[in-house]
Design a binder for this molecule. Structure first.
Ligand code: PMP
Length: 449
């Protein structure tokens, strides 16, 4: 089996996600035969360092022996059972452990099988909880500019990245958009904290004036990942939590991308010392093995649905694969690794290596900013450093970097003109140095056109 053969078969029957399929007339699709640690290998023995954790899901490497063993064990006893009226040990244990490790006050787990579905659940639960309290006027969600929460219609409606949203606008819920605290846009000399506080004032005004019609604010804590890895200061979350309390509005923290250690703490919300009313988790939840997501919420919200059946207050949402036992066992094995190894401590060393190996890029003529929050590092590639004029999106300079990196054994998948690293936590300092070198040469190659 060769790459070319598999690629030909693939392109005759598949339709790939997030892809203009015509690009594949010139850009090969890469069939992967195996993965080990931070590396992927194709059918011709070429290896690629997975610097983006296969869309931000993988935490402890591909074919991780500990997660593999847990899954093999689970396969022998139970692959799946419906979660309505039935339950199983992995989902019970996982829920107990999630309640324990998530911010204090989150006591109830509701499962689904992907991030967008978790967002849909949080939105519906928030609206429905208010409705069950007789507050039927609360029908709107507040979202941040440049935010991303998934691709299903509800999740897309509360997202704000035009590239994904614009086409479907006529189909989407009406939302209220607040300016982003995105610190790339701060004034020269202004601190992240000062800018985040300044931007919060606009959010506060919206919440104060429209509280009566607002169910919830939904945010990606600390890093707007799909929105080009734009970052902000935790003080924004702290103020937002207080404002939501003050005005009677739920706070939904979408930690689907930033959860499980990506920002330097197990959950990003910890850095602001806040507890959201709904915490959405997926991606790293299973160590990047299987599709599973969860919304963790408060007992206080759960109780608003708890009543005699004929009062019809129950949350009747469901997905066939809700709380799948294999997914839950992969998640438990992932949490065991966090428990047994000093993952967060080791990541601090890796994050430092990421910072040091990219330090030289700060002065690069086509780099406007190198920013970092924990294990996420982003490089803002521009046409002109002084004015920060971006490359024209039609020139697809990021795609140049992508091609260059693949030819040099690294999987980078820039978001527009932003190159970023979000590697699995098993990456080594040498591999980080490779990522940085390839990114730098890729930026040079992209600048030459
Ligand atoms: N929220 C955030 C913050 C995300 O980054 C993503 C996925 N990139 C989602 C939601 C959607 O998750 P999924 O792709 O599993 O539907």
């Amino acid at each position: 089996m060769t790459n070319a053969e598999l690629s030909r078969r693939d392109l005759s029957v598949l339709w790939h996600p997030c892809t203009q399929m015509k690009d594949h007339e010139t850009l090969p699709v890469i069939p992967i035969r195996s993965g080990k640690g931070a590396w992927l290998e194709d059918f011709e023995g070429n290896r690629y360092l997975d610097a983006i954790s296969s869309w931000w899901v993988n935490l402890f490497g591909h074919a991780n022996p500990r997660i593999n063993a847990a899954l093999k064990d689970q396969l022998e006893s139970l692959e799946h059972v419906l979660l309505a009226g039935f339950t199983h040990e992995p989902v019970i244990e996982l829920s107990e452990r999630l309640v324990e490790i998530t911010p204090p006050g989150l006591d109830r787990c509701f499962y689904a099988d992907n991030g967008s579905s978790a967002v849909e659940i949080a939105l519906k639960m928030s609206f429905h909880a208010w409705l069950n309290q007789g507050k039927s006027g609360k029908t709107k969600f507040v979202t941040l500019e440049n935010s991303y929460h998934g691709e299903t219609l509800g999740a897309l409606a509360v997202g704000n990245v035009e590239l994904y949203r614009k086409t479907y606008k006529p189909l989407l819920l009406e939302t209220i958009t607040a300016p982003s605290p995105d610190c790339y846009l701060r004034e020269t000399g202004e601190s992240w904290r000062a800018y985040s506080l300044r931007q919060f004032e606009k959010m506060d005004t919206i919440l104060r004036q429209q509280a009566g019609e607002i169910c919830a604010v939904i945010i990606e804590p600390l890093v707007q990942c799909a929105g080009n890895m734009r970052m902000y200061h935790p003080v924004y979350l702290e103020r937002l939590r207080n404002a939501c309390n003050r005005y009677g509005i739920h706070l939904i923290a979408d930690e689907i991308a930033v959860g499980f250690g990506r920002t330097g703490t197990l959950f990003a919300s910890e850095q602001a010392g806040i507890t959201p009313d709904f915490l959405c988790l997926s991606k790293g939840l299973t160590g990047g093995y299987l599709p599973l997501s969860v919304v963790v919420t408060r007992n206080k919200i759960y109780e608003q649905f708890y009543d005699d059946y004929e009062n019809l207050t129950a949350f009747l949402h469901s997905h066939s694969y809700t709380g799948n036992p294999l997914g839950c066992r992969a998640a438990l094995a992932t949490l065991d690794i966090f428990n047994d190894d000093d993952v967060i401590g080791n990541n601090a060393t890796l994050a430092k290596a990421m910072q040091e190996t990219t330090a030289e890029l700060v002065d690069h003529p086509h780099v406007a900013e190198v920013r970092q929050t924990g294990m996420i590092l982003a490089i803002e590639m521009v046409k002109d450093k002084a004015s920060r004029e971006p490359w024209d999106w039609k020139e697809r300079r990021g795609l140049h970097v992508y091609r260059h990196a693949l030819q040099n054994g690294v999987l980078l998948r820039p978001l527009g003109n932003v190159i970023y690293f979000m590697p699995p936590y098993v990456v080594t300092p040498d591999e980080i140095a490779l990522m940085a070198r390839v990114a730098r040469d890729g930026i040079d190659a992209a600048a030459r056109g």
